[in-house]
Write a protein that binds this ligand. Sequence first.
Ligand SMILES: *[C@@H]1O[C@H](CO)[C@@H](O)[C@H](O)[C@H]1NC(C)=O
Ligand SMILES: *[C@@H]1O[C@H](CO)[C@@H](O)[C@H](O)[C@H]1NC(C)=O
Ligand SMILES: *[C@@H]1O[C@H](CO)[C@@H](O)[C@H](O)[C@H]1NC(C)=O
Ligand SMILES: *[C@@H]1O[C@H](CO)[C@@H](O)[C@H](O)[C@H]1NC(C)=O
Ligand SMILES: *[C@@H]1O[C@H](CO)[C@@H](O)[C@H](O)[C@H]1NC(C)=O
Length: 918
Amino acid sequence: MVKVELSFGGSFNFVLVLMFYVFVIPTRCQDEVVMNILKNSISAPIVLQWTDPNVCKWKNINCDSRNRVTDIKLANQTLQGILPKELVKLTALQRFECQGNGLTGPFPYLSKSLQRLIIHDNQFTSIPSNFFTGMRNLQEVNIDDNPLSLWQIPNSLRDCVALRYFSAHNADINGTIPDIFGRDGPLSGLVFLELSSNYLEGVLPASLSSSSIEFLLVNGQNSNNKLTGTLDVLQNMTSLKKIWVNDNSFTGPIPDVSRLDQLSDINLRDNQLTGVVPPSLVNLPNLGLVKLTNNYLQGSPPKFRNGVEVDNNMVGSRNQFCTNVPGQPCSPLVNVLLLVIEPLGYPLEFAENWQGNDPCANKWVGIVCADGNISVINFQNMRLTGHISPNFASLSSLTKLLFANNSLTGTIPNQLTSMPLLQEFDVSNNHLYGRVPSFSEGVVLKLGGNPDIGKDKPSTSDNLGLGGSGNKSNGVSVIVGIILGIVILLCIGALLIIKFGKRFRIHTRMGKHPDAIKVHHKYQWDENDVKVSVVSNGEVSGVLSTTGNVYEASNMVISIQVLRQVTYNFCEEKIVGKGGFGTVYKGELHDGTQIAVKRMQSGMGDEKGPNEFTSEIAVLTKVRHKHLVSLLGYCLDGDERLLVYEYMPQGALSRHLFNWKEEGIKPLEWKTRLSIALDVARAVEYLHGFTQQIFIHRDLKPSNILLGDDMRAKVSDFGLVRLAPEGKLSFQTRLAGTFGYMAPEYAVTGRLTTKADVYSFGVILMEIITGRKALDDTQPEENIHLVTWFRRMLLNKSSFQTIIDQTIEVDEETYASINTVAELAGHCSAREPHQRPDMSHAVNVLSSLVEVWKPAEQDVDDIYGINFDMTLPEALQRWQAFEGRSTLDLTLSPSPMQTTGDNSHTSESPKVPSDARK
Ligand SMILES: *[C@@H]1O[C@H](CO)[C@@H](O)[C@H](O)[C@H]1NC(C)=O
Ligand SMILES: *[C@@H]1O[C@H](CO)[C@@H](O)[C@H](O)[C@H]1NC(C)=O
Ligand SMILES: *[C@@H]1O[C@H](CO)[C@@H](O)[C@H](O)[C@H]1NC(C)=O
Ligand SMILES: *[C@@H]1O[C@H](CO)[C@@H](O)[C@H](O)[C@H]1NC(C)=O
Ligand SMILES: *[C@@H]1O[C@H](CO)[C@@H](O)[C@H](O)[C@H]1NC(C)=O
């Protein structure tokens, strides 16, 4: 796409190509910009030494082989400030670590390439709820200890399929723990899960059961309810090494942990656990630390191996061990009672009450004694779940066994029929089923209110198989964690910068003398608050606007910092053109205004370079016309010499004439070609039309004709522009230009007149008609030179028809138009300069053709009150009328200079006496 056309001549000659679609912001360049924004946002301390132009050389930053930023590691740097949202544009970022700083504000989105996010111990106030969406590479997350406003673990955490480590201690999470952890689930690789000191509620999700988690820390929830339910899921978490569930509201017994043979650290204290400590816990081979204080544990206090650290008030706390001596067994009666309540899930009601080692002496709830023997079990109205233990049968002194008004399930055990003294058996109003065993005749049976009694199966499936581990939470439906999170799509617009209107505003005050003119350039950047003020030294005024037009200028100084920013530090990927004189970069201001920045080769020509540079500015600031590409500003800073032009999004005419197929664009219609030709003719006419100095372009060709989105053309590349010395219409100069477009007399003698441009224009017209290049090597020898071939074909009508570009739809009217232009082309490229017409003639011919089609339309440029067809002296005269007026903001207020009428599409042209050009 980037075409660098050959030019020859002095080393100061260059061919500039400004153009092209570059929609994708080059990512590497982007990194540099983003890193600089980051640097400013966190006021990077001096120790970081973030000064090198190459961000990859910055301390604590790593890049990959393509110079993309991959790691940012800023732990413990006493950083403050807010992270910029531009960080998301670091699309190769893998590690972001900023733990142990004072960073605040909302945490920004980061790239989906992220693998490691370590941001604990900061002051971040929020994390986007959909931060984790699509984070398929994320392996490690630590967001501990940030004052985030209450949020929930987002369901989008499911997307983090690579996640191994997730730590969110004291991170203000409320809601429940989502059920996304199973072996077959998205987070099957998770090894470390810390959610302690948050505001979580609800149960441990069932999917934890089949996870590979080794470290599970959910302790210390601050919510009113804390985490509830049983610890049953732990029994299958065979990878567990560390469990901290302390300081919650877990109930029920400690599950069988015999399969958790990796477990070394278990903290269950400060819950409401009941029942006996299972031997499986005591016997764990790798146990090192166990904490059981402040539960309602029952039975014999466990005696752990030597070397296992146990919290020292395990026994003295509210636990209900039957003795204070670890390892000492309970009385047989206590053992039986603990056995019979096991299938009931060790109800808290019993655990709170059943103190000591003697049920009768201590009047245990539900137990009625007579003569030191248990005579009645009265478990009525206790909301019990679970099933009836056969071990009741071993309480041989029982006379009454009362279970009325509970939610017991299962069947009535046969063993109960063997109880010698039993008189009453009341299980009314439960959910029992099955055959009723045959009690001896004297026993009063109360079975009412059990709809399924006598049937083989319970009618509702929820009662099936719950008996064995029945507990309070069976009545509570397990929340299968679906947390509602707002998932907002974020991907669009990552490369687009929102336009916030016209922020690129410059005020100027014009005075009588150049010295009196003060210029205040104020570049306002949104978001990042990069404010760059450029104040020119006041020699001549400059006005710069978002429309990209220069109204009058010289000394439109733009700082090197701004140009570095917009070109991503002159990143290679921003290059849109290269020539002998320098490199052209595309840039975009934060308001979306696109610019082309030409960077002169530094160190070039040493003495000559700067002269060329200044003389170019001199030329470019004198010529201003809506069909000439505008100079927006320049920068002279040390070795750096830069020119800033408006950017032309549709690229060069050559692209549309010769490369449309490769570029996948539509070939130009005849009408468009005609209007482009007229635009060019007007521009060149203007250049030639100055009375005192005549500008000669010297390098007119389709690659120097740039198109805007409206397909209106502007002539660019004034690098070869030469001023005819005052009073001289012909002068000798170093030869420069492009073969195929160069007038023969100029090529041979180096003598230059405006007619050299007319010749080139003629060649361009031929190209516009034929779609063929000035020099076409693919043609047979005699046809390579377009001008020669065209003239030959023009001789007769039938052959002429064949040279019209195939893509042009030719009707009668079009044909006539093409014919006229073809004649004009031949005329313009006549061999002898004096046979060629002036550009004003070409303008007249073309505008009369264009007028046939063009409806009159409002010219937007007139809104700004500038008549671009005015010559500079005319314009200066007008401006002098404003002498003494105060600040004039041309970009905002309609100027009183506004002219009436539309003279931009008519044949009106600078009224330059024609003899001035002869
Ligand atoms: C940051 O400081 C903390 C506390 O002083 C220390 O534990 C930690 O290792 C440090 N981290 C790094 C990456 O230096
Ligand atoms: C979490 O806390 C916020 C703020 O208090 C509240 O609006 C929200 O309902 C809570 N969410 C849950 C699930 O408790
Ligand atoms: C543990 O796993 C077994 C078999 O894999 C299963 O039957 C049982 O329901 C699981 N227990 C829990 C509490 O998930
Ligand atoms: C009641 O307890 C005493 C001893 O405490 C025992 O001798 C007696 O047999 C018991 N009675 C019954 C009916 O089990
Ligand atoms: C069982 O509950 C019912 C209704 O609440 C009540 O009428 C009845 O007396 C209760 N039965 C027992 C034994 O408490």
